[in-house]
Design a protein around this ligand. Structure first.
Ligand code: NAG
Ligand code: NAG
Ligand code: NAG
Ligand code: NAG
Ligand code: NAG
Ligand code: NAG
Length: 640
């Protein structure tokens, strides 16, 4: 039954059993003292009634009491750590239901293009500096470059590939990952070391781009070709551990206490992970085989979620299509992509090209049989679904997550609720960026812009959104993501924001925002519901685990532009402080289990490739947007 090679899968785990720790305010004075007491706060519980409390007590890793300051006072004993929040906001720890932790960690160690809209000269100059400074000298040492903003590179320079990369002063193989990880660029040496010749066929679900003339490969690989054909040596165990540790530090600083790793395999769990909180990890397993079900069940940590970190394997992941982004356009779509009629992207007309209507990577019967087999075995699934055509048709007692849903079809909005499937959406994609301007908007056509990132429409049709950052495809900035969800815009005037590219990205993305509460529930309660962990985490309630964060400013009260411009001060997992900013350490008198390294803000400041004029992209972009606005939509007008 499992005969599709390019699947990724994931995470299996058993339903958490409810935890029966209880305490009531009335019995408080007979109780043993709490380990932690938070008082004088604005504690957003995100319980069913959205109650806000002033005080919260923690005992043995669980929340033992919530209420007024007076309710908690009797629980303060001689060894109780008392945190005076001075009005600050506390809320449940963030639950990120789709991220790539090992990939993100590895990217922190590599030559980093940092999502910037660069041209080919900037790319080459930066790579040259990286390879001269990375301490590797052998001709076979690969140089991996990450987080390239490929759409803006193509906008500026057209298709680039091996011919440009071969200008680098090096004999070494070079591989560049686009920031969406669906495209790689190789130099000739990397093509040679991967044994790729003109005779190498496209793998299923992938595409090797060719130079004009159709024979020679250009050095640009899409989707499965990018994942499967490039002979990049795997990172060593030591490098992977360093990557994991770096990633988990960022997660703790970002306030993430639970995450689902969207692409994982047995090698993605170095033993030392378990000691490094945050986390309640959920893994999605890579590569289906006859043994997948048995392997997942063997690896799963069956224990009930408790104060200690857990690693659950409870689902698989499969890719049903690619991405809608121009020029890749590998996502399966109901209507064809629009295409520049006379080969110029910024001048002239775009018209639909029927050849660009991709089929989903799996046929419906294989998908049906695969999901049925998994669900019967008690394993959930998360499917990569980027275009509006790649939709499964299933209903029953299982969790089916549809990751991304960048473009969704209006007839499907009500079906999400009817079928009980969960759209897992990355809020940062609902801001104007080089992924859309100028060419992705043009290639999709104006008439379906309202179907892009349709958070509000899906929610109004009855299915709440589940949040997944997709880090490192997006910068790890959950507060920016929330800001985008509630405003449909980034924070373009904030120099610390990864979205601060300047015009033409300053405007509002098409479609409607969701409420602050909905956005927050997508990254807390609705996430844990999807992960089957809502009995233990997601909201702050007596008997649930003390997974919580304290924020510098009140998310519900600050003006929109300040939602992102603040920090997580404290992150607690299972009653243990795992992160606190330097000032929170002195203000609250708490000592985190792990030392701090920098702040996320300063990491984003430290753009590996900063210093050039980010607004340089804008002239063509502005012109193109203006033209599209005038035209109203992709004209569907064929030449002649
Ligand atoms: C709350 O504030 C009052 C007044 O400053 C203070 O006496 C009390 O100790 C504070 N409570 C906690 C739990 O810090
Ligand atoms: C590439 O081809 C050479 C010669 O046939 C062979 O020795 C080598 O193992 C191949 N490498 C890969 C990665 O397939
Ligand atoms: C989980 O439970 C299954 C069956 O109940 C068992 O076979 C498996 O070994 C358990 N896994 C772990 C990690 O304990
Ligand atoms: C592209 O075609 C349109 C008409 O279809 C024409 O108006 C425009 O000038 C052409 N642009 C170029 C660069 O050839
Ligand atoms: C797949 O399953 C759905 C739901 O059971 C069913 O409606 C559909 O006909 C199936 N399609 C194929 C090709 O098996
Ligand atoms: C999910 O989010 C929706 C929208 O905010 C909310 O109405 C619903 O209560 C949430 N569900 C859970 C389980 O929190």
């Amino acid at each position: 039954m499992f005969h599709k090679p390019n699947l990724i899968d994931g995470l299996s785990w058993l339903a958490a059993v409810g935890i029966g720790l209880v305490s009531t305010a009335g019995a408080a004075n007979t109780e043993p003292p709490a380990d932690f007491v938070f008082g004088n706060g604005s504690i957003y519980t995100l319980d069913a009634d959205s109650n806000v409390a002033a005080a919260l007590a923690v005992k043995g890793g669980y929340i033992s009491s919530i209420g007024r300051d007076a309710d908690i006072e009797p629980l303060i004993g001689i060894d109780t750590k008392v945190v005076d929040l001075q009005g600050r906001m506390v809320m449940p720890g963030l639950v990120d239901s789709h991220m790539h932790v090992l990939t993100g960690g590895l990217a922190l160690l590599n030559c980093d293009m940092n999502y910037q809209p660069v041209d080919i000269n900037q790319v080459l100059a930066h790579i040259q500096a990286c390879i001269e400074g990375d301490g590797k000298t052998a001709d076979d040492d690969w140089a991996e470059v990450v987080k390239l903003d490929y759409p803006s590179l193509v906008t500026k320079n057209g298709e680039v590939g091996k011919r440009e990369l071969d200008k680098l002063q090096t004999e070494r193989p070079i591989v560049i990952q686009s920031s969406d990880y669906h495209t790689v660029l190789l130099n000739t040496r990397a093509l040679d070391l991967s044994n790729i010749t003109a005779a190498t066929p496209d793998p299923p679900g992938g595409k090797i781009e060719r130079l004009p003339g159709g024979q020679e490969y250009s050095g640009v690989f899409q989707d499965a070709a990018a994942r499967e054909l490039v002979n990049l040596p795997p990172p060593t165990e030591a490098v992977r551990l360093e990557a994991c540790r770096s990633a988990l530090r960022l997660l703790r600083q970002a306030g993430i206490t639970t995450f689902q790793d969207a692409v994982a395999g047995p090698d993605d769990s170095p033993g030392e992970w378990r000691g490094h909180r945050p986390r309640r990890q959920h893994k999605t397993w890579v590569g289906l085989s006859q043994n997948t079900v048995a392997e997942i069940k063997r690896m799963n940590d069956n224990s009930t979620i408790g104060p200690k970190p857990t690693m659950k394997w409870q689902a698989i992941k499969g890719f049903l299509d690619g991405v809608i982004t121009y020029p890749a356009r590998t996502a399966a779509v109901v209507d064809p992509y629009c295409y520049p009629v006379n080969g110029s992207e910024t001048d002239g007309e775009w018209a639909p090209d029927p050849r660009t209507m991709n089929e989903p990577y799996w046929s419906q019967d294989i998908l049906n049989a695969t999901l049925e087999g998994l669900f019967l075995a008690g394993i959930d699934a998360q499917l990569h679904v980027d275009g509006d055509r790649a939709h499964p048709d299933r209903k029953g007692d299982f969790k089916l997550g549809l990751a991304h849903e960048e473009l969704s079809y209006q007839d499907d909005w009500a079906r999400f609720a009817a079928l009980g499937v969960d759209p897992i959406m990355s809020f940062q994609w609902a801001q104007l960026s080089s992924f859309y301007i100028p060419s992705t908007f043009a290639t999709l056509g104006d008439y379906r812009r309202g179907n892009l990132q349709a958070h509000r429409r899906i929610e109004e049709a009855g299915r709440p959104i589940v949040y997944g950052s997709d880090w490192p495809i997006d910068p790890l900035d959950e507060l920016l993501a929330l800001k985008v969800a509630v405003t449909r815009s980034g924070d373009p005037t904030n120099p610390k924001s990864p979205a601060s590219f300047g015009p033409p990205y300053d405007g509002i993305f098409p479609g409607d925002p969701i409420s602050r509460e909905s956005a927050l529930r997508a990254i807390t309660t609705n996430g844990t519901r999807f992960l089957r962990a809502d009995a233990s985490i997601g909201s702050l309630e007596v008997g649930k685990l003390a997974d919580l964060i304290a924020l510098e400013k009140n998310y519900f009260e600050v003006p929109e532009e300040e939602i992102e411009r603040q920090r997580v001060l404290v992150t607690m997992v299972g009653g243990e402080v795992v992160f606190a900013t330097d000032d929170a350490q002195s203000e609250f008198g708490v000592t985190p289990r792990f030392p701090n390294f920098g702040q996320i803000g300063s990491q984003l400041d430290n753009r590996a490739i900063g210093g050039f004029d980010r607004r340089s992209l804008s002239k063509r972009g502005v012109a193109s947007v203006a033209r599209l606005r005038r035209r109203g939509q992709c004209t569907h007008k064929h030449r002649g």
